[in-house]
Design a protein around this ligand. Structure first.
Ligand code: ADP
Ligand code: GN1
Ligand code: MG
Length: 371
């Protein structure tokens, strides 16, 4: 996808959506690795301000934007009914799709780019780093509740927006293929990281095998539960909304649980270059575990809870492997902002995996408390 031109968007894309008022500002927004996100501010004649989140969907990653938007529209409608029944605020507690002026859920432009718009959740923030155990705990409750709210969702009607998204065995195979192809000759410089993955091939099977055998239940999960996909009220500090619904698909609760741990139960940022600053944090691990079990409201099975350390390590290893694969493939998947950015990200993930392995018994003891 090409670079983004704000003026062009203002004139060619924004007017296609049913936004209220005159456009006064269009600015880049957020720090997601996949879509291009903008915030559009409009002013009405009476002075009231309306804000929207406009996104250029990454259609190299999400091959079928129409199916993806169908998922999002159906899932958000389902959530909206529950929020309404509970007397909540439907404008702030779920994403709301703003249609185009001809009532479509997204549009494509002459460059072949796909666009969609959400109502901007007002007076809300998301965090790129865990600032307190309390916030992390709250995000855990929110992700647990999110999964619980979707427990009755007709899973068979959901499109798989990225096939095999958290199939770690498949991720391993794709990593090996990228290694064999080594299209930009980077493999020679990352031998230590490559060995780290190869030594853990057997581990990659644990969740896939348990799902195949029916030992773990398939649920409707979010699949991308990093902390910056949760919006907090900027005044009360309470969680308002889970965003980034592009990967809502059938999956394991361990994916949601584990992905949050990999991003949040650490003392360093995902792309920290000084690995001494990146340590697995057992206190944050426990805060999240407690919140997630509570948020799921007793719906997790004993096996799911026992396997939580596996989920945490699996999602961390898988993500590191995905960053390394992208580094070997010349950075075509995750957005990068500097040289070797994906390699830096890979290294933090592997540092966390190594820490988890060293503290495995302590992790097992923590989750045991919540069975
Ligand atoms: P990506 O897939 O690239 O991660 P996201 O959908 O997560 O894109 O959006 C990027 C960021 O934009 C989020 O982390 C969040 O901070 C912010 N954001 C997304 N949707 C909204 C919304 N409806 N209202 C306010 N902020 C939002
Ligand atoms: C991407 O979209 P975003 O930035 O919330 C990625 C996740 C990774 C994460 C790593 C669709 O999440 O799977 O875990 O980056 N999303 C997709 O930070 O691939
Ligand atoms: Mg995101």
């Amino acid at each position: 996808m090409g670079p983004i031109g704000l003026e062009e968007i203002k004139h060619n894309v924004v007017p296609c959506f049913d936004m209220k008022g005159e456009v006064v500002e269009v600015i880049p927004f957020g720090s997601g690795h996949i879509n291009d996100t903008l915030r559009v501010t409009c002013k009405e004649e009476d002075g009231s301000v309306n804000r929207y989140i406009l996104q250029r969907m990454n259609h190299e990653i999400f091959k079928n934007p129409a199916q993806l938007m169908e998922n999002v529209v159906h899932v958000t409608a389902f959530l909206r009914d529950q929020i309404q029944a509970a007397g909540g605020d439907v404008n702030r507690e779920t994403l709301n799709v703003i249609q185009t002026r001809d009532q479509a859920n997204f549009m494509s432009d002459e460059n072949g780019d796909y666009w969609r718009t959400y109502l901007c959740i007002e007076n809300a923030v998301s965090y790129d780093l865990v600032e307190s155990a309390e916030d992390f705990y709250k995000s855990a409750v929110a992700f647990g509740q999110f999964q619980r709210k979707l427990a009755e969702y007709p899973a068979a009607t959901l499109y798989e927006t990225i096939p095999n998204f958290h199939n770690t065995v498949d991720r391993f195979a794709k990593f090996k293929q990228a290694l064999e192809e080594d299209i930009c000759g980077r493999a020679k410089d990352v031998q230590e990281e490559i060995q780290f993955v190869l030594e853990r091939e057997a581990f990659c099977h644990l969740i896939c095998d348990a799902l195949d055998k029916g030992e773990l239940p398939l649920r409707v999960t979010h699949n991308d539960t990093k902390l910056n996909n949760v919006m907090f009220d900027d005044k009360t500090g309470e969680v308002l909304c889970v965003v980034d619904l592009d990967t809502v698909m059938p999956g394991s609760a361990l994916y949601d649980y584990g992905d949050s741990i990999r991003f949040g139960a650490t003392t360093g940022a995902e792309d920290e270059q000084d690995l001494e600053l990146v340590n697995f944090d057992l206190e944050l691990f426990e805060a999240f575990t407690k919140g997630y079990v509570e948020g799921c409201g007793g719906s997790l099975t004993e096996k799911e809870i026992r396997m939580m350390p596996v989920g945490a390590k699996m999602m961390t290893l898988e993500c590191g492997m995905r960053f390394l694969t992208d580094h070997l493939q010349n950075d075509v998947y995750f957005k990068i902002h500097r040289e070797n950015h994906n390699l830096d990200r890979c290294r933090t993930q592997f540092k966390l995996v190594a820490d988890m392995e060293a503290r495995w018994d302590e992790m097992a003891a923590v989750v045991e408390k919540y069975i």
